[in-house]
Design a binder for this molecule. Structure first.
Ligand code: ASP
Length: 464
């Protein structure tokens, strides 16, 4: 068993400890060796005085940065002049009794003690396991863990059930391009990776679960940008017997509490969060995700705001057809049903709500249409043929025939939220193993070739 470095500050001078970790910095001064030892909980100075050591004095010349070592030693107070107030362990150090090298390290391709952005991103991603040793990246990973933990705890406390939904799913035209997975058992057929668990979570409501959430991966085959990755994480939520007001209030309270616990140094600009209609946001800020910070340089300021009353449909210029602004499952005012039937889609308001933070959309959701009949009319208005509707959404329409509760939900874009909390410019900085901006993974070297035998099994052949 080892002691963790953060525990040393609670121990008295003279206490014996066994520390195991990485050599962060190593200095020799004459016969002495000074190791700044790093583990997942902190850094502490270890003083190696050969005369004081019963084991390992002979290997003091061999130690290098990033070696993994085990040190048995005793805690001692540092001389007053050597004390460092700004460091957790700055008042103490370890006097080594035994030193053992557990594994050696080659010189890393970039320095771990120095600013990580010294290296280009390609190299950082190729050696991501070293990049994650940097203090800032380790902090970001810890923040990610803390935020997920906090959300989970809050949803558990509210009696939400955490349910997983399939990743091998079905291609449905929901917005972005699907990632397809060829089926071995069914030649010519494909699974699709879900763009979100939207239809599954709605069917869980039909199943009677009432309160669902999930920390879930979503896949969209889009070109990447600073705040987009093909694979990203949502905190996905759905609830039965709720209206828009209840979802908004619930999520707002959860967000405020999360910030209080996980990022207490941040200042939320106004509580309750301001609410803007889509029209107001567009008129006043020319954006449906306005940045309401007073001082945009200040990374500690959090300006949350809700945007509501989105249009239900928009004309997609590129595709020359009407589409849903959020998704077709979103509810609208029943008074507008006649317009939907008539294909007059321009002026209909959706029961959709987006949460924006410092100019980014960090959550979005809606109350759903829970009538199979109305949903079928929406699909028809969007130009889907009867057969398309049956093959792509038939399962949901069928489910809605068996007692579907009114329901609604929301999904938090976890990576974007973390990017803002961490004060980063890219979501790649808050993901453990992101892809490059052109969709590659330099660490595993993917995407990669596969064998002819694998392709044959999948009934695939490559175009020349
Ligand atoms: N599934 C939706 C999305 O990914 C969120 C929701 O409507 O709950 O944006």
């Amino acid at each position: 068993m080892k002691n963790y470095i953060k525990e040393t500050v609670d121990l008295k001078a003279g206490a014996e400890v066994i520390l195991k970790g990485w050599v962060h910095v190593y200095r020799r001064m004459g016969k002495l060796g000074f190791i700044d030892l790093r583990d997942s909980t902190g850094i502490i100075q270890v003083v190696c005085v050969p005369d004081e050591m019963t084991q390992g004095a002979d290997i003091l010349d061999d130690v290098r940065s990033e070696f993994v070592v085990s040190i048995k030693g005793v805690i001692q107070e540092r001389g007053v002049k050597q004390q460092r107030e700004d460091q957790l362990t700055g008042k103490i150090e370890i006097l080594a009794k035994e030193l053992e090298i557990l594994s050696e390290s080659e010189t890393p391709p970039f320095e771990i003690v120095n600013e990580e952005r010294q290296a280009n991103e390609e190299l950082r991603l190729k050696y991501r396991y070293l990049d994650l040793r940097h203090e800032r990246m380790a902090k970001n990973m810890n923040l990610r863990h803390q935020v997920i933990k906090n959300f989970r705890e809050q949803f558990y406390a509210l009696d939400f059930k955490e349910i997983e939904t399939p990743y091998l799913s079905k291609s449905t035209p929901e917005g972005a391009r699907d990632f397809l997975v060829p089926s071995r058992n069914y030649p010519g057929k494909f699974y699709a990776l879900p763009q979100s668990p939207q239809q599954y979570k709605q069917m869980l409501m039909v199943a009677g679960l009432e309160k669902y959430f999930q920390v879930v991966r979503c896949f969209r085959d889009e070109d990447q940008r600073g705040d987009r990755q093909a694979e990203f994480t949502q905190i996905d939520v759905e609830r039965s017997f709720v209206d828009q007001e209840e979802i908004i209030n619930m999520l707002e309270a959860i967000m405020i509490k999360m910030v209080e616990v996980v990022a207490p140094d941040k200042k939320i600009m106004s509580v309750p969060f301001p609410r803007l209609t889509y029209k107001e946001a567009m008129e006043k800020y020319q954006s449906d995700k306005p940045d309401l910070r007073k001082n945009k340089e200040d990374k500690d300021e959090l300006a949350f705001a809700w945007v509501v009353d989105f249009p239900m449909f928009e004309y997609k210029e590129g595709d020359e057809r009407w589409g849903a602004v959020h998704h077709p499952f979103t509810a609208f005012d029943q008074a507008d049903l006649a317009k939907v039937e008539a294909g007059d889609l321009g002026e209909i308001k959706a029961k959709q709500y987006d949460l924006v933070l410092n100019g980014s959309e960090i959550a979005g959701g809606s109350i759903r249409t829970h009538s199979a009949e109305i949903l079928a009319k929406v699909f028809k208005a969007l130009g889907h043929s009867e057969e398309e509707v049956q093959s792509q959404f038939g399962h949901l329409l069928e489910a809605f025939k068996y007692g579907v509760p009114p329901h609604g939900g929301i999904a938090i874009g976890l990576d974007r939220l973390l990017m803002i909390l961490a004060g980063e410019d890219s979501i790649r900085e808050v993901m453990a193993f992101p892809k490059t901006s052109d969709n590659r993974d330099p660490l595993m070297d993917s995407p990669s070739d596969v064998s002819k035998a694998q392709l044959d099994e999948l009934h695939l052949s490559l175009k020349k």
